[in-house]
Design a protein around this ligand. Structure first.
Ligand code: ADP
Ligand code: MG
Length: 676
């Protein structure tokens, strides 16, 4: 069997769980082996029964002498008691609600039981956490008597089940685990081989063994991620060619567009435009990421690139993740470029192209990917919030042109270490400056006892200055399902009835039809609503300059960079804007973390801080769809990141003496997961 063998072909025990396994993203043997425990329960102390002490977490082993089910008066509540004895004495072990246990465990069985010793009066008993029947006394235990791995579970798929299967696979002679790093490489970087690492990460003898295994697997993950990005870069540069755009030749026209803008571009915008222009003038297609906080003015920069493409006789495509964003881009770009006689078209799931329709710029959602949308000569692709699209979607757009230039945009600040590892194939332009006249958003962490005062203040603001308010409900789950929608709906009803009864409120969530969403948003935009209650996953980029107050509920659930992105929905005009953070967090650390937002106003800084305080999960968390791209390693582990980057630099691109590594890179799943 290979690592790539699908789990469901391994037999009935596996096949029955296929759906649950897939829910956890586990398809192949490899997936299962790389399903890393998130902690270990220390049950390694095996005690003689006579020696156990109350309060200890230990394992005892002995022969079953008695078993019974105890029925209590309460329905749905039973107790199982099994007595075991070894040469030193006997002890009663207790389970709750395991009514079928006595079908599995019988008198005479040799049992290994792990749990906590409790004492009532003179009598000690063991409250069981894990147990297993050992066929022979010297058989090594899997669930007891050791550091026991604990996995993140899903209903119907327990750690115990996973442990059994992973242990089977690791001890099976049929499963080949070959290391794609050669011996000398492992020695050089002081890493254990793959088989050892996988065995030890699941079933370590000691915590330090687990750490050694984790280091190897983290190294491998960072190495492969980084290597893949360099490989993509090389392939891009070697295979792809395009006809260079003329830029200088059109200088006066570009200048004219510049001057027609109702504002002056920031220095950062100018720098980005220069960087993009020189990319466009090369014969290798551009592959650049434009990063900038919400409101830093990425769309104008993209529009100028689109204009250059047009001047060179090429069409452009601009793809955004939601209809509302696409609509917004359509309006902005039209305003800028239509006066120059450029034909801008919007495509969404509802707006389909007509036969032989002509356009210079196609703006839309993933509807742009449809076959029916054809380009004569697509020269530039702009992707907004690129992390919400996959590699395949980029590829489809590329196929619609002849190696078009790519400009990806994101408002998610990406710390430098992460950028270099994951996006080694992209060049970066960074808008580190906000347009003039923008004021910092006044931010307060509001203690719960001041909530009512907060509401009262908002009412006054609405009455006095006709302020408009966003209320963002707490983040509950990654993709917006019924639970989130329900929470938002309830909050909306509570606020409408009890708090802001005399004001006009609207509700916005991801499960609404897009026509409904547009209606609510346009009402809000036109001042017909005072307050918009919304879930956090919707419309990160919506631009409503008249909104000046945002309340974020359950702020402790967000990363700092996410909160910064959320608050960026206000402060889009020259009016004073405010962000009120509410939190249920009670610990001082959690509150201190949130307090950084009161004084820090640069996304990139907040992202670096997040990385230090809570790790990368928080930087990316959940506002961004898409899988977090590291499963084992941590982006906070700067020394290891540096070491792997050096290792990659040393090797790349001469991989010919590493055939297994080349294979690994080809099939590499991380590549699929990584936003390209
Ligand atoms: P984002 O980077 O979030 O996509 P946008 O491109 O939507 O930002 O720009 C936000 C707003 O700022 C828009 O209304 C845009 O017209 C305006 N804007 C962009 N650049 C400037 C500038 N240099 N000066 C003033 N306003 C600007
Ligand atoms: Mg934008």
């Amino acid at each position: 069997m290979e690592l790539a063998t699908p789990i469901k072909t391994l037999g009935r025990a596996y096949a029955m769980k296929t759906r649950l396994l897939e829910k956890l993203g586990l398809y192949t043997i490899e997936d299962l082996l790389y399903y890393i425990p998130y902690r270990y329960e220390d049950m390694s102390l095996i005690s003689e029964i006579s020696m156990v002490q109350a309060g200890e977490n230990i394992t005892v082993q002995g022969t079953v002498t008695a078993t019974k089910n105890v029925f209590t008066r309460r329905r749905n509540f039973t107790i199982q008691k099994i007595t075991i004895e070894d040469t030193t004495g006997e002890i009663e072990c207790t389970w709750f609600n395991q009514i079928y246990l006595l079908r599995t465990v019988h008198k005479g069985d040799f049992l290994s039981v792990a749990g906590r010793v409790e004492q009532t009066g003179n009598k000690k008993s063991l409250f069981v956490k894990e147990y297993e029947i050992l066929k022979t006394k010297d058989m090594p235990p899997t669930h007891t008597g050791r550091l026991v791995p604990v996995y993140s579970e899903t209903r119907g798929l327990t750690s115990k089940w996973l442990r059994n299967r992973i242990s089977d696979i690791l001890t099976s002679k049929d499963v080949k685990i070959e290391d794609f790093f050669p011996k000398d490489f492992l020695e050089k970087y002081n890493l254990v081989d793959l088989k050892t690492a996988l065995s030890q990460i699941h079933f370590p003898i000691s915590i330090s063994d687990a750490e050694i295994a984790r280091k190897r697997l983290s190294f491998e993950e960072l190495f492969i991620t980084n290597m893949s990005s360099l490989k993509r870069k090389k392939e891009w540069e070697q295979k792809l060619h395009t006809s260079p755009f003329k830029v200088l030749g059109f200088a006066s026209k570009i200048q004219a567009l510049w001057e027609s803008l109702p504002f002056q571009l920031t220095l950062a915008q100018n720098r980005a435009i220069d960087e993009i222009s020189s990319d466009l003038a090369r014969d290798i297609p551009m592959n650049r990421m434009l990063q900038g906080d919400v409101g830093s003015g990425k769309t104008v920069v993209a529009s100028i690139a689109i204009y250059i493409s047009h001047l060179n006789g090429f069409q452009s495509a601009l793809m955004a993740p939601t209809e509302i964003l696409a609509q917004q881009h359509f309006e902005t770009v039209s305003k800028l470029l239509k006066p120059l006689g450029i034909k801008v078209k919007l495509f969404t799931s509802k707006i389909k192209p007509k036969e032989n329709e002509r356009f210079d710029i196609a703006i839309g959602t993933h509807a742009l990917l449809q076959k029916s949308i054809k380009f004569k000569n697509l020269g530039l692709v702009v992707i907004d919030e690129q992390q919400r699209f996959g590699v395949e979607q980029r590829a489809i757009l590329r196929e619609k042109g002849n190696n078009p230039h790519f400009l990806s945009m994101t408002a998610t600040p990406i710390p430098r270490t992460i950028f270099l590892t994951v996006y080694g194939d992209l060049n970066l332009s960074y808008l580190d400056e906000m347009p003039k006249g923008r004021k910092e958003i006044k931010t307060w962490l509001v203690p719960e006892e001041k909530r009512d005062a907060g509401y009262a203040w908002i009412k006054t603001q609405i009455k006095k200055t006709s302020a408009q308010v966003f209320i963002v409900c707490p983040f509950i789950e990654i993709s917006e399902t019924i639970t989130t929608v329900k929470a938002a709906t309830e909050e909306f009803e509570r606020l409408s009835k009890d708090i802001f009864a005399d004001l006009k409120l609207g509700l916005l969530h991801g499960k609404m039809k897009s026509s409904q969403k547009e209606e609510v948003l346009s009402k809000f935009k036109n001042g017909k609503l005072d307050i918009l209650v919304a879930t956090p996953v919707v419309e990160v980029g919506i631009d409503i300059p008249s909104a000046t107050i945002i309340i974020i509920e359950g702020a402790e659930r967000f990363g700092l960079a996410q909160l910064h992105q959320l608050r960026g929905r206000v402060g889009r005009s020259d009016k004073e804007s405010y962000c009120l953070l509410f939190t249920q967090a009670t610990t001082e650390t959690a509150r201190q973390r949130l307090k950084y937002l009161e004084r820090m106003h640069l996304g990139a800084q907040l992202a670096e801080l997040d990385l230090r305080l809570r790790g990368p999960g928080e930087v990316y968390g959940t506002l961004q769809h898409g899988t977090p791209f590291l499963k084992i390693a941590s982006f906070s582990d700067t020394p290891l990141i540096k070491e792997t980057r050096d290792a990659v630099q040393n090797l790349f691109p001469n991989l010919s003496s590493y055939p297994l590594l080349q294979e690994k890179l080809k099939s590499n799943i991380i590549q699929k997961v990584t936003p390209d």
